[in-house]
Design a protein around this ligand. Structure first.
Ligand SMILES: [Fe+2]
Length: 422
């Protein structure tokens, strides 16, 4: 079986292989190529690339003659919905006026919004974090945007709003964890993300090694994924390394997340809807009764046909960290109660998919680039492999499909589940 991701990917395989061969971090290099394979009966067929579509639609490149000027952190997209998006970026502290212009793909002006400096964010003594929310957009529509500082046009990008629930279009996302150290492994995985037609990105935690500091997040997240972040929203979970700095304050400052986690969960745990899927993001550095009670209420209230939950520490893992007992105790009974079909985690630097456990399938995708570590097999294991990876998940009205893809673009495992009756 040909496990490559369609013909478009072939040109980039050589590049990723070369990076992995001569550029690996000598201390942390991992396996970027899968050598054994799991279930490929649901393998991805021919497909388009997400980024190519956006580049064509919006010329998502630096305008001719433009320089980044006062731009520090390039624009990134937060809280994307069917009707709205939030654009965030940082500039030098010398800038006191910033805005964003949104157009249709034909150049028609849709909105010009001023941006506000975020007083809660501390991107550095010499920087300001800007945030601008755009409302009144049409679902499942590509828009183009450009940020300005002191009236000077800077970067531009594009985004596609989420589809409404109940529509015909499937949605797709990429997810990975444990990426952030700037290694060749990280760049190998990153180079493969744009090969699949996803709608948004999920990070499963341990975003910025070693301590989740502001410097770590800039160097090992925002810089590495800048091209993607300019065009695709990200909904991250925090990991234990984020908590090494001020209990993950830099994470909560840089990311502007839905604030529906309650007083204790503010930007630590949250939920959001995208198409037919309700996503729940948990914080496994704060596992306990308070968060479990919130999770129970959140899942009870969900009326969408699909639910996916993700967080950092896995409840079932045959990797070096192993299964997290607290997550098992507080959260797993609720996943079973509400029959959550898919739960994603990171933390162990490998890939593992469980058999359905009381109706719930758990996947560890902690191979985003911080090297790989050994993984074994347990009674609950369906497939496990020590390899850099990300997962690409698609959901349509009747089926959820997961594709596990390595650092050279090979799909090495897949899984599908049909929609449970609600
Ligand atoms: Fe971790």
């Amino acid at each position: 079986m040909n496990t490559k991701l369609g013909g478009l990917i072939l040109a980039t395989v050589a590049t990723a292989t070369a990076i992995g061969t001569f550029g690996c971090d000598s201390n942390r290099s991992g396996n970027i190529r899968a050598t054994v394979f799991g279930d490929l009966s649901h393998a991805l067929g021919a497909h388009t690339r997400a980024f190519a579509e956006m580049r064509t639609a919006c010329d998502a490149s630096v305008p001719a003659g433009s320089v980044d000027g006062p731009l520090q952190r390039r624009p990134y997209l937060q809280q994307l919905t069917a009707r709205s998006v939030r654009v965030v970026w940082t500039t030098d502290a010398s800038i006191s006026d910033a805005s964003v212009t949104v157009t249709g793909t034909d150049g028609t002006l849709v909105a010009k919004e001023g941006a506000d400096p975020d007083p809660s964010a501390r991107p550095g003594k010499l920087a300001v974090q800007w945030s601008s929310a755009i409302f009144g957009l049409e679902p499942d529509t590509i828009y183009c945007y450009q940020v300005q500082a002191a009236g000077v046009p800077l970067r531009r990008g594009g985004f596609r709003t989420a589809p409404i629930s109940g529509g015909a279009r499937s949605i797709g996302f990429v997810a990975f964890g444990d990426s952030g150290s700037g290694s060749a492994d990280q760049r190998a995985v990153a180079s493969q993300l744009e090969m699949v037609p996803f709608d948004f990105m999920i990070h499963l935690g341990d975003i910025g090694y070693e301590t989740g500091s502001r410097t770590d997040l800039e160097a090992y997240f925002f810089s590495v994924y800048a091209d993607l972040l300019e065009n695709f929203a990200v909904f991250p979970a925090s990991g234990n390394h984020e908590y090494d700095t001020e209990s993950a304050a830099p994470f909560r400052e840089a990311f502007v997340l839905p604030e529906n986690g309650g007083p204790e969960g503010l930007e630590r745990w949250y939920s959001y809807d995208f198409g037919d899927v309700h996503f729940v993001v948990l914080d496994t550095e704060r596992t306990g009764a308070t968060q479990a009670a919130w999770l129970d209420v959140d899942l009870q209230a969900n009326r969408l046909p699909w639910t996916i939950v993700y967080f950092h520490r896995p409840p079932f893992s045959s990797g070096e960290h192993g299964s997290d007992g607290s997550v098992q105790r507080y959260f797993v009974p609720l996943f079973v109660k509400y029959q959550v079909p898919l739960v994603l985690s990171g933390h162990d630097h490998d890939y593992e998919r469980t058999k359905p456990l009381d109706g719930v399938t758990y996947v560890v995708s902690g191979g985003g680039g911080r090297g790989t570590r050994s993984v074994g097999r347990s009674s609950f294991t369906a497939f496990s492999l020590s390899v850099c990876n990300f997962v690409y998940v698609t959901v349509n009205g009747t089926e959820l499909t997961l594709h596990a893809i390595d650092g050279v673009g090979q799909e090495f495992d897949s899984f599908a589940v049909t929609r449970p009756a609600k």
